[in-house]
Write a protein that binds this ligand. Structure first.
Ligand code: ATP
Ligand code: MG
Length: 329
């Protein structure tokens, strides 16, 4: 079983509005309303890919009820902790004429210590039957930034694989707890390592910096694929190669015209985790993740992918080894 964690679950409204201008009145030509938040989007894509998944997290108020109803209607198994305050609604406006994208995210509920404690108990209970836990997205107000790092440590005691897609302080602290996988985009990675990337050498160097900070494997997504620092079987300890080694891969796909970019990273991560759960090797997991990310850009609504189209895209993804395995002290 794979568990996804969404502490800031939401109802996500996506509107397609041609010639969107600030300060004007518009009519949308297309709209979708889905349960969202990164973990929920990842659960949706994992379910579509046929992997066993339970979405957990926090939900509250009538919006929270709607999140759970939506998930249940999509046959996505879910087990959320109900909180006192109302879950948020997020709105994304996509302009098909210029590809522009405007997002308005509500502030979201404040969460009490007691609610977090209930959640921790639920997660550790669910995790007993899980191989992988994916924690994705921002933390609600009032939640200490070390929550992900605490949960990573708890989960490692249960021998569960941990995957983190977060940013800022929660990511920085989570990395110290040595999660198995992190998947920042370029901006999030710059923030994590503490400097901007001016060229490819900087990006390549950052992959090692993330490993030194504590990331077991780090994947930095880019609009044309990703860079990934991976542990590869047979290339680490016990195989005569360097102990605790990482192999750096570059994964590329021809960028396509986007319908909606929201959730491309979530689809990427779902694809990567699905392939990993199915037992694929590093290169195939990355290839499949990038194909899922690319496919998701062709649809309005985060976490929506068509598996048949993903399969066709897989053949277009190029994977190269940038470096031989390098020891990480
Ligand atoms: N224009 C594009 N064409 C093809 N694939 C794309 C494009 N943009 C993104 N992708 C795919 O989606 C993946 C994730 O992209 P990106 O780095 O933009 O994610 P992100 O910023 O984390 O998105 P989000 O957090 O909103 O889900 C990339 O690895 C890439 O494979
Ligand atoms: Mg992302």
């Amino acid at each position: 079983m794979i568990i996804t964690v969404t502490l800031n679950a939401a109802i996500d409204k996506s509107l397609s509005v041609p010639n969107f201008r600030l300060g004007r009145r518009h009519r949308s030509v297309e709209q979708t309303t889905l349960a969202g938040g990164k973990g929920v989007n990842i659960a949706r894509a994992l379910k579509t890919l046929g992997q066993p998944v339970i979405a957990t997290g926090l939900e509250g108020g009538s919006t929270g009820t709607r999140i759970v109803e939506q998930l249940t209607a999509e046959s996505i198994l879910n087990d959320f902790v109900r909180i006192g305050e109302e879950s948020r609604t997020n709105t994304a406006v996509h302009d098909p004429t210029d590809g522009g994208q405007t997002e308005i995210n509500e502030r979201g509920p404040a969460v009490t210590d007691q609610e977090i404690e209930l959640f921790r108990e639920k997660l550790l209970y669910l995790a007993r039957g899980a191989a992988v836990v994916v924690m994705a997205g921002s933390l609600p107000h009032g939640v200490a930034p070390d929550l992900y790092s605490d949960l990573v440590r708890d989960l490692h005691r249960l021998d569960v694989t941990t995957v983190i897609d977060a940013e800022g302080e929660p990511l920085r602290q989570a990395v110290r707890a040595e999660p198995h996988v992190i998947s920042p985009n370029v901006l999030e990675a710059e923030e994590l390592v503490g400097h901007e990337f001016n060229d490819d050498d900087d990006r390549v160097a950052a992959m090692r910096e993330m490993a030194l900070l504590g990331a077991g494997e780090a994947i930095m997504t880019t609009p044309d694929g990703c860079l990934a620092s991976m542990r590869v079987d047979g290339e680490g300890s016990g195989s005569g190669g360097p102990v605790n080694a990482r192999t750096l891969f570059r994964v590329e796909i021809e960028p396509r015209e986007i319908v909606a970019a929201v959730g491309a990273g979530d689809a990427f991560l779902a694809g990567f985790v699905a392939a990993r759960y199915a037992g694929s090797g590093a290169e195939d997991c990355l290839r499949f993740g990038v194909a899922c990310g690319a496919e998701s850009t062709q649809r309005l609504g985060a976490g929506l992918i068509d598996p048949a189209r993903v399969e066709r895209l897989v053949a277009e993804v190029e994977v190269t080894r940038v470096q031989a395995p390098v020891e990480v002290p």
